[in-house]
Design a protein around this ligand. Structure first.
Ligand SMILES: Nc1nc2c(c(=O)[nH]1)N[C@H]1C(S)=C(S)[C@@H](COP(=O)(O)OP(=O)(O)OC[C@H]3O[C@@H](n4cnc5c(=O)[nH]c(N)nc54)[C@H](O)[C@@H]3O)O[C@H]1N2
Ligand SMILES: Nc1nc2c(c(=O)[nH]1)N[C@H]1C(S)=C(S)[C@@H](COP(=O)(O)OP(=O)(O)OC[C@H]3O[C@@H](n4cnc5c(=O)[nH]c(N)nc54)[C@H](O)[C@@H]3O)O[C@H]1N2
Ligand code: SF4
Ligand SMILES: [Mo]
Length: 696
């Protein structure tokens, strides 16, 4: 075999690490090993195992390579191969028919972050806006976390994530970084090796991340704000609150102090299930360690009170004045720093703001004709779906499935694999993978813009999202400059119109470091509100986050950081709280088609405390039925002491077919919006457990 050529790329997946990659290219059609770039200061040579063996996914025998037309009933899996022209004609005809019958808003292009590339992911908006189709309100992932963070700071950005290297304490809060964004661990462990930094993990079970932590805080789901309040109570009580800093940089420190007087470690202990000693120890550590880096994740915001939890955790950095120090402060995501101009990709000039914005997380409601979810508008009767697998990943799966079964709904799914969603389609189009098309990426958990160029030819007849969106636009008779440009021209346009150089320059460099100056990243020039002050008391109706206007029980939001008891508490009928955490070897439902990943994850399971298991008569491997009002699923019991009693954990979005009756874990989760801007509370589900006869 020829010696591989090593070429630069970027990981396209929905992971805050957005790693800089080096790909072994064996020939025009084949990749070999994938490695993390050592030259990139955030990736620092480390990537996850599932992407290191990407050849398994890219060259998988089950990849879709030809357009398909449904020949049997919906969901039967019966398809016949057709040509691209016929496939695209059929989609365009179905869209025109839907428009003629119910108006353009009955067409709903639906997408998410299967690729995070700004050209291939966001190009679907170009088609949408040019045609006046329904818009999408993206809530399934980060709406709650972004709103919670920006509530305090006024902006979604923070200290350079690489500063974790020089922290003396790294708090990994509500993220299982070892599984979900491995580079956080790289930097936290660097700090421990170089400076003896203490690593703290806050989670609801003993995760892989927690196994590497020095202080392990395993609390009850949905109680993080109580922990944060008690920490701040101790900071004020013990003289570790930075009053001079707050006088200059915060809105109402005195009011906060008075409010927290009652919220002692004892109070928080009763809510969180943590010991008073652990809460005191954590508070003392933060209070005496100026270089404390709070690395705040997504997981703890997937609770009905998640926005309040994120805001409360970020407040600690202001009470202790952590922001002033290198290696100190709070960080969630760098979304605000890049300022890349997506207007050409999205045809922003064509947006009609009066068009309804349908809530992505409420797809079940939308497709089953819920008036409110449809904003009292026309039904959705035609869809193009790219980069997402809603029949697996959306909450209230039974409702989602019922929607997709509708005979009067036309669905085109553009996919790499025959996912649960593709199986429900009328037309399936084969999609390229990241090494087979050109794109540009930006970090979430870091500060780089990266290029991911086409490295090999796609298999069979696969086409990129960009090609499909433009081909459909032409058939639908729309004209726009963005429809005529290829992916490389779009990248070049975006960079030039964002003052970030050119495609040629990015190709040469591989990435652009967009880190803002220290003073700005640490908010030393003030927080991003007109008066420069951090908000302990945010105006929840005006947080700068993408929003559709306040939703959920937003009027009941606590004014100051507090435990907000609207989570699903246990009842006699449903005494357990279920958390549907990520699996290390899957990425949402991606990689659950590769044998390398399923072999590692073994089988759908639920982790349960030994005492709870004994009461229910469960043993390791026993089949368990998990149920609530929405439905039930059957999984294997895993006896696991690293979780509080009454809490159970099920890791990973397994294929629905891995469960009895094809009912995946999202059968149990709710689409009720998280206040105040929506989002799915995937980790906030009350359930009952009982021994089941068999797994099938
Ligand atoms: N291997 C792998 N990597 C992934 C993903 C994956 O599925 N698998 N998903 C990707 C995506 S789309 C995203 S958005 C990110 C998300 O990455 P994370 O920020 O890690 O968020 P989650 O994956 O939702 O959950 C992380 C942790 O939150 C914990 N958790 C749940 N409820 C609570 C709570 O109330 N309090 C606290 N303190 N912890 C809680 C869970 O137990 C879990 O360990 O990861 C990305 N990376
Ligand atoms: N129970 C539970 N449910 C969850 C979560 C949870 O923690 N618990 N996490 C939620 C979160 S954070 C998120 S972000 C969502 C994610 O949900 P999704 O965005 O649906 O993520 P994936 O399941 O990975 O599906 C992405 C799909 O895009 C396809 N794809 C990848 N690249 C391309 C491309 O270039 N073109 C096309 N056409 N297709 C492509 C992949 O093959 C894959 O099937 O899931 C949510 N669902
Ligand atoms: S850690 Fe995340 S960004 Fe890095 S290679 Fe793995 S999935 Fe991709
Ligand atoms: Mo996500």
């Amino acid at each position: 075999m020829n010696k591989p050529v090593v070429l630069r790329s970027a990981c396209p997946h929905d992971c805050p690490s957005t790693c800089a990659l080096e790909v072994d290219v064996l020939d025009r059609h084949t990749i070999g090993r994938v490695r993390g770039s050592k030259a990139n200061a955030y990736t620092a040579g480390v990537i996850c195992a599932k992407v290191a063996r990407y050849a398994e996914r890219a060259h998988h025998p089950d990849r879709l390579t030809k357009p398909l037309l449904r020949t049997g009933p919906k969901g039967s899996g019966q398809f016949a191969e057709i040509g691209w022209d016929e496939a695209l004609d059929r989609v365009a005809e179905a869209f025109m028919e839907a428009e003629a019958r119910h108006g353009a808003q009955s067409v709903f292009p639906y997408f998410y972050a299967g690729t995070m590339g700004l050209i291939q992911r966001d190009g679907i908006h170009r088609l949408r806006h040019l045609k006046g189709y329904s818009r999408q309100y993206d809530t399934i992932c980060s709406t709650a976390s972004s709103a919670g963070f920006a509530a305090g700071t006024g902006r979604l950005a923070g200290p350079d994530p690489r500063e974790m290297d020089v922290a003396d304490c790294v708090v990994i809060w509500g993220t299982n970084a070892a599984s979900t964004q491995v580079n956080v661990m790289t930097h936290a462990i660097t700090a421990r090796k170089k400076r003896g930094a203490t690593i703290v993990a806050v989670d609801v079970y003993e995760t892989e991340t927690m196994r590497q932590a020095d202080l392990k805080l395993i609390l009850r789901p949905g109680t993080d704000a109580a922990l944060a309040c008690a920490v701040m109570h101790v900071l004020f009580r013990d003289g570790h609150a930075d009053r001079a800093y707050m006088a200059r940089y915060a809105d109402c420190p005195d009011e906060l102090e008075a409010h927290l007087a009652e919220r002692s470690p004892k109070w928080a202990s009763a809510i969180t299930g943590l010991s008073v000693e652990d809460i005191e120890a954590f508070a003392r550590l933060v209070g005496t360690t100026p270089r404390t880096f709070l690395r705040l994740g997504y997981g703890f915001t997937r609770q009905r009170n998640g926005v309040v939890a994120m805001h409360a955790a970020s407040c600690i950095a202001t009470v202790a004045g952590l922001w002033q120090h290198e290696g100190g402060g709070a960080f969630h995501n760098n979304g605000a720093i890049f300022q890349l101009n997506s207007s050409m990709v999205m045809a922003a000039d064509a947006v009609d703001h009066s068009t309804r914005r349908l809530d992505q997380s409420r797809l079940g409601q939308i497709l089953t004709g819920d008036r409110e979810a449809l904003f009292d508008g026309p039904p959705v009767t035609a869809m193009l779906i790219q980069n997402t697998n809603p029949v697996s990943v959306c909450p209230e799966q039974e409702l989602v499935k019922r929607g997709f079964e509708r005979d009067d709904l036309f669905v085109c799914v553009h996919e790499q694999f025959m996912t649960e969603t593709a199986k429900m389609a009328d037309v399936v189009l084969p999609a390229t993978m990241f090494v087979e098309h050109d794109d540009i990426y930006r970090g979430g958990g870091h500060q780089y813009i990266l290029l991911g160029p086409k490295l090999i030819d796609p298999p069979g007849e696969c086409r990129s999202n960009h090609e499909v969106n433009n081909a459909l636009a032409r058939r639908l008779g729309v004209t726009h400059k963005g429809v005529e440009m290829d992916a490389r021209e779009h990248i070049d346009w975006m960079l030039r119109n964002s003052n970030r150089g050119t495609l040629a320059e990015l190709e040469e460099a591989g990435w652009i470091d967009c880190q803002p100056p220290f003073e700005e990243a640490h908010y030393l020039n003030g927080f991003s509100y007109a008066d420069g002050r951090f908000r302990f008391r945010p105006d929840w109706t005006k947080v700068k986050a993408s929003n559709n206007g306040p939703m959920g029980p937003w009027e009941a939001l606590p004014a100051l950081p507090d435990h907000w008891g609207i989570i699903e508490g246990g009842t006699d009928e449903h005494p357990f709280r279920l958390v549907t955490a990520p699996a290390r070897s899957f990425l949402n439902s991606t990689f659950n088609e590769t044998q390398g990943s399923t072999a590692k994850e073994k089988q759908p399971a639920v982790m349960i405390h030994p005492d709870d298991a004994a009461l229910l008569g469960l043993e390791e491997g026993t089949p368990v039925r998990i149920s609530n009002r929405k439905g039930s699923v059957i999984v294997a019991a895993r006896i696991f002491p690293g979780v509080q009693r009454g809490v159970v954990i099920s890791e990973g979005l397994w294929p629905n077919d891995a469960f009895a009756g094809g009912r995946g874990i999202n059968t149990l989760t709710s689409a009720e919006p998280i206040a105040p801007y929506g989002g799915a509370a995937f980790h906030d589900t009350r359930v009952a457990l009982e021994a089941a006869g068999s797994l099938t």
